[in-house]
Ligand binder design. Structure first.
Ligand code: 5GP
Length: 194
């Protein structure tokens, strides 16, 4: 996605050879126009997949997921990282190791929002070592729903996430793929949807 690449080049800050900061449009401040384009691109990629629900992880996955859900006309469920007092229903849970925070979070989704009839598109902001995505996959499997694929805004292709997910036979679509973050520069992989 050309616009996303430009934004990353203009506003992304390479914090180390493993971490990219994109707080000005995705992880803190949000660029609604860019999110709209991201939603349209994911919707186009998965339009034939028969999606009935989008599953993401709070908080940075919510904006691109809502925009995708709007175009596909399906609800968006976000897994919570902290259990809310109002979550009194039966819960689906998975433990996820966080790459950026170096801690393990238990993520939860109410059983009432994912059923055996659902075909789920998982969306997240970043793909690094795939732990967040595997936690969400685990939850979809517990619910007995089908996984249509995973949509990622920014994939760091030098980490293991994509290969782990593909080993599970899961379709992975990333809108930007980073080949490396060496020397404070973002180097992209070429083959992504425009
Ligand atoms: P994974 O579970 O694939 O190892 O990491 C994905 C999660 O870690 C994402 O949900 C994202 O929140 C966070 N993350 C991983 N790498 C980065 C990064 O380079 N920059 C930012 N901002 N978040 C990241």
């Amino acid at each position: 996605m050309k616009r996303l690449h430009e934004k990353m080049e203009q506003e992304g800050r390479v914090l180390s050879k493993h971490v990219l900061k994109v707080d000005s449009f995705l992880n803190h401040q949000i660029d609604p126009q860019l999110m709209k384009e991201i939603g349209e691109t994911f919707a186009e990629l998965f339009q034939e997949a028969g999606i009935t629900k989008i599953l993401t992880l709070e908080s940075s996955g919510i904006a691109p997921s809502v925009m995708t859900g709007l175009v596909l006309g399906v609800p968006v469920v976000f897994a919570r990282k902290r259990q809310s007092l109002t979550m009194t229903d039966d819960l689906l849970t998975a433990d996820v190791y966080s790459f950026t925070k170096e801690t393990t979070n238990r993520i939860t989704v109410s059983k009432s929002f994912l059923t055996e009839d659902d075909k789920v598109l998982i969306i997240d902001d970043f793909l690094a070592n795939g732990q967040a995505a595997l936690g969400l996959i685990n939850i979809v499997k517990q619910a007995g729903s089908e996984i249509a694929g995973i949509g990622i805004v920014i994939e760091k292709s030098f980490q293991d996430g994509r290969s782990l997910l593909q080993k599970e036979g899961i379709r992975v679509e990333s809108l930007a793929r980073i080949h490396s973050l060496q020397d404070g520069q973002i180097q992209f992989k070429a083959e992504v949807p425009q």
